[in-house]
Write a protein that binds this ligand. Structure first.
Ligand SMILES: C[S@@+](CC[C@H](N)C(=O)[O-])C[C@H]1O[C@@H](n2cnc3c(N)ncnc32)[C@H](O)[C@@H]1O
Length: 164
């Protein structure tokens, strides 16, 4: 990710690219029932913070990181309790075994995914949802490297208990 990429995301947010969706992802509202109440959750590439805000409203503590300063500032303005950072996740170094859960929606960096077991406490949760390579059939312009292959998450987290 380069400074240009950060600029591109900032421009998208400034142009109102994000949806006005105020509800969390459905998979998150189900998964959060398994989280320890009040525990610390990391929102990877949180965007405007819809999921982070919902977690805060439900008593969790949230650290959100995104490369877009526009998105991070907007998310922070909406809820001062959000611990929000502007940063490139591909270069970010998180403390080890601190987060009870990490969520990642519509962002894929395989190095970041491979670090999750170290970032999470033992028996922590990873909640991940993003596009798969099937999308290329209807949106061939999507960068293939950002799309999950069939079964990739299951293989990447082999040995983890899967809830869905
Ligand atoms: C499709 S949006 C998803 C935002 C949010 N997770 C959601 O579901 O609403 C992708 C987000 O990833 C962020 N992003 C892209 N590359 C990143 C990187 N290397 N480090 C941190 N954030 C990044 C963008 O700024 C953008 O907010």
């Amino acid at each position: 990710m380069s400074a240009d990429d950060a600029g591109r995301w900032n421009a998208r947010y400034q142009q109102g690219w994000h949806s006005n969706e105020s509800k969390p992802r459905e998979v998150l509202s189900r998964a959060a029932q398994l989280f320890q109440p009040g525990s610390l959750v990391l929102d990877l590439a949180m965007g405007m913070g819809t999921n982070a805000h919902w977690l805060l409203q439900n008593g969790f503590r949230v650290v959100g990181v995104d490369v877009s300063s526009v998105a991070v500032q907007s998310a922070k303005r909406q809820n001062q309790a959000l611990m929000a950072f502007v940063g490139d996740l591909c270069e970010f170094h998180f403390p080890l075994a601190v987060f009870s859960a990490a969520i990642s929606f519509y962002f894929l960096d395989r190095k970041v995914l491979s670090n999750l077991p170290r970032i999470l406490i033992p028996n922590g949760f990873a909640v991940i949802e993003t596009l798969t390579a099937d999308m290329l059939e209807i949106r061939p312009e999507l960068p293939a490297g950002f799309l999950l292959h069939a079964g990739e998450l299951r293989d990447s987290f082999s040995g983890w208990k899967v809830h869905y």
